[in-house]
Design a protein around this ligand. Structure first.
Ligand SMILES: C[S@@+](CC[C@H](N)C(=O)[O-])C[C@H]1O[C@@H](n2cnc3c(N)ncnc32)[C@H](O)[C@@H]1O
Length: 453
């Protein structure tokens, strides 16, 4: 990075301030900042990776960093000015979680930021706290694992205590620990080949020529894992609609739904269109996918994606899916309910999401999920298929919703979702629950049902 360009740590600090000050989503604020810079100035892949690591890492380890900082402070962290707090967090993250950064560099750069954004007192303060932490890490003492497993796991793996308590009770300490570890890994970005335009092998060759280090996914026939890549918006293959960014486990949903050319399919919670466009492509751009969502601005993204991918068999409609049933009774060959959910299966994707959720979501969301499923199901024609999916691991949002629905709607029966998996991953599972620590994909739930003829 040249001298007149903002230093990587300063860019990271800017994004952190947006997350903390304006409540911005870390992944969105970071992508906007990096995309802007990728277009305006030459930002190297190495810089991009370092900035991403700093932002994601600092946000993700947030509560643990604050707790560690408090071991070196004589006043509450809450009393420290937000920008200085973020400079300290960035420094602590580098000191304790980034082995490749020398402690001196972490401290010096933090002091430089304090010089630019603070005053003489804050420079001294930041310098004192971070050098003390670097010199005396033994002052940080975690709660004992045996006596306080929830507190220990929450701090060690930087997850909220309410969630750890839930998982320890349901899964046990060992499994909870494995799951937390998986949630803390950085997932590989995956994309789905637009098979209307290009075969996966040819896209792999094309991406490699564009400087992407990539590999075919084992889970789906269209999936590609991008291990290293330049900013995606700079790739012509993206502009030409040769692929869609989509998580591997999310790509399984359309396969389990099993769209056929000429079908009429309703995607009840369709925006921003990851699954809608996949379904439309599997239908070979024939028939119709009606992609509905409660938000017009999200449906606009569905339309943008459809246009870029050259799909003309998608129609979008703003509506509340709890009203779907009376609008299209028995009309659809297949219906997908990719329900709004807690997103607890995709914590590794969004660094701040674990801190944004409270246990209340598991009280509120199931009511909406059940109402959407019950209404959308009314659209399924006799012998038609209904798929319910979420990106969460919690039974209240998954198995319990489907079991209650089946009890109340004897016209529907469960089909073994595992049997509809593409490639060689078929399982005997009736309802499919994927886990980050077991399957190395996002935590995802898929159930397939059929209406009696
Ligand atoms: C899990 S996301 C869908 C992701 C989408 N299927 C995809 O693959 O890109 C859930 C969606 O449900 C929408 N939603 C929330 N409440 C809804 C409602 N009552 N009716 C319809 N859509 C709703 C949200 O706006 C959100 O876009």
């Amino acid at each position: 990075m040249t001298k007149n360009k903002m230093d990587a740590r300063e860019i990271a600090l800017k994004v952190l301030n947006e997350v903390e000050g304006k409540g911005a989503y870390a992944n969105i604020a970071l992508a906007q900042e990096l995309n802007r810079r990728a277009l305006q100035e030459k930002i190297t892949n190495q810089d991009r990776r370092f900035i991403t690591e700093l932002v994601y890492g600092t946000v993700k380890t947030g509560a643990t960093l604050d707790w560690m900082l408090s071991c070196f402070l004589s006043r509450p962290l809450a009393k420290v000015a937000p920008i200085i707090k973020n400079i300290l967090r960035l420094g602590m993250y580098q000191l304790f979680y980034l082995e490749k950064v020398p402690a001196s560099a972490a401290c010096n750069q933090a002091v430089e930021l304090a010089r630019k954004y603070g005053h003489a007192g804050t420079i001294k303060f930041v310098n004192g706290v971070l050098r003390n932490a670097a010199r005396c890490p033994e002052k940080i003492i975690f709660p004992e694992k045996d006596k306080y497993p929830v507190k220990y796991l929450a701090l060690k793996y930087y997850h909220p205590e309410w969630l750890i308590e839930r998982w320890v009770n349901r899964l046990g300490i060992k499994v909870c620990e494995d799951l937390c570890q998986a949630n803390n890994t950085t997932p590989v970005l995956s994309v789905r080949t637009n098979t209307l335009k290009i075969e996966r092998e040819a896209l792999l060759t094309r991406l490699t020529a564009e400087g992407v280090r990539c590999q075919a996914s084992k889970w789906t026939p269209e999936g590609i894992l991008l291990h290293e890549h330049p900013s995606l918006i700079t790739l012509n293959s993206l502009q030409e609609g040769l692929f869609q960014v989509q998580d591997e486990s999310s790509m399984l949903v359309a396969h389990i739904l099993g769209p056929q050319p000429g079908d009429f399919i309703i995607d009840a919670c369709g925006a921003p269109g990851g699954k809608t466009t996949h379904i439309a492509a599997l239908m070979k751009n024939t028939g119709k996918v009606l992609s509905t969502d409660i938000y017009e601005h999200k449906l606009a993204l569905t339309r943008e994606n459809a246009e870029r991918l050259s799909l003309s068999n998608i129609e979008t409609k703003v509506l509340d899916a709890v009203n779907l049933g009376s609008m299209y009774p028995l009309k659809a060959d297949k219906v997908l309910v990719d329900a709004p959910c807690s997103g607890l299966g995709v914590l590794r994707r969004k660094p701040d999401s674990r801190w944004r959720k409270t246990k209340d979501i598991l009280q509120d969301l199931p009511k909406l999920q059940a109402a959407i499923l019950a209404s959308a199901a009314q659209c399924v024609r006799p012998d038609g298929v209904l798929v319910y999916s979420t990106c969460t691991t919690e039974p209240e949002e998954n198995q319990n919703i489907v079991n209650s629905f089946l009890q109340e709607n004897p016209a529907f029966s469960l089909e073994p979702a595992g049997q509809y998996l593409p490639m060689d991953k078929k399982t005997a599972d009736n309802m499919l629950q994927l886990w980050p620590h077991i399957d190395n994909v996002d935590g995802f739930f898929i159930a397939r049902m059929r209406r009696r003829n």
